[in-house]
Design a protein around this ligand. Structure first.
Ligand SMILES: [Zn+2]
Length: 248
């Protein structure tokens, strides 16, 4: 069971590499097939096996020898690890599959935001609908809880954007709404709180050490994605623990 999730993670991770490279450029995900960006040689299936081909080719194109980015096997490996974690936490259930799918989307959004400082609408907007439908299908959350999650997850960022005059982008707001659809309003608030805490602390450290200037953009999407993943795995448990403190 675990092996099935890991293999699926490697394959989905390989597909995410295509998503990360092509979606921001509005290119088709299906055609043309993968090719070397340097010499244009089509990549054969045996040179396109997740992680293994990268190692076998020693990070070089078979034809022209140009270096292949370590980002490709990294994305595949990270996705496989996250899928394994979803399998362990939720089991081979519809919930486990939804968790893995959400994590895959978060991997793609993180990589795209780090590289280009955008969170594409073509991923986040359908993601909101997918979150609501996934909860309807699995009955993990009620429709009300999921829709409230959309309003709260997006609303927090709307308030931040209005109050700060653009400290965060509309992309962050849509990702917040998407996470709310999947996680519900309580857990998404916790996720946003974690993202703001960690992201804010890191921004202060980067500016204090002079690694980043006040004007250099630090994308917030990766922190929000990480907060969402943490909320997915531990959110319910943290809320129970927190609320039990008041009840006793
Ligand atoms: Zn090449």
């Amino acid at each position: 069971m675990l092996a099935a999730f890991v293999v699926a993670g490697l394959m989905i991770g390989s597909f995410l590499n295509v998503v990360i490279a092509r979606v921001p450029e509005h290119r088709s995900l299906w055609a043309p097939g993968s090719a070397c960006p340097s010499c244009g040689a089509a990549i054969a299936w045996y040179d396109n096996i997740p992680v293994l081909s990268f190692l076998a080719l020693r990070a070089r194109c078979r034809r022209c020898g140009v270096g292949i980015s370590w980002r490709y096997p990294l994305i595949e490996a990270v996705t496989a690890v996250l899928f394994a974690a979803a399998a362990v936490a939720f089991g081979p259930t519809p919930e486990g599959i939804v968790a893995a799918a959400l994590l895959a989307v978060l991997v793609a959004l993180t990589a795209i935001d780090l590289e280009r400082q955008i969170l594409p609408d073509v991923i986040t907007l359908p993601g909101i609908l997918a979150g609501v439908l996934a909860n309807l299908a699995t009955s993990r959350l009620s429709l009300r809880e999921s829709l409230l999650g959309v309003v709260v997850g997006g609303g927090v960022f709307l308030v931040i954007i209005l109050a700060s005059g653009g400290g965060m982008g509309a992309g962050d707001m849509k990702l917040g709404a998407m996470l709310g659809a999947f996680l519900g309003w309580k857990v998404v608030l916790l996720s946003i709180f974690m993202a703001v805490s960690v992201g804010g602390a890191l921004a202060v450290i980067l500016m204090a050490t002079g690694l980043r200037g006040r004007k250099d953009p630090i994308p917030f999407g990766p922190f929000l994605a990480a907060g969402g993943a943490a909320g997915l795995f531990w959110g319910e448990r943290v809320l129970r623990w927190y609320l039990s403190g008041f009840a006793s």
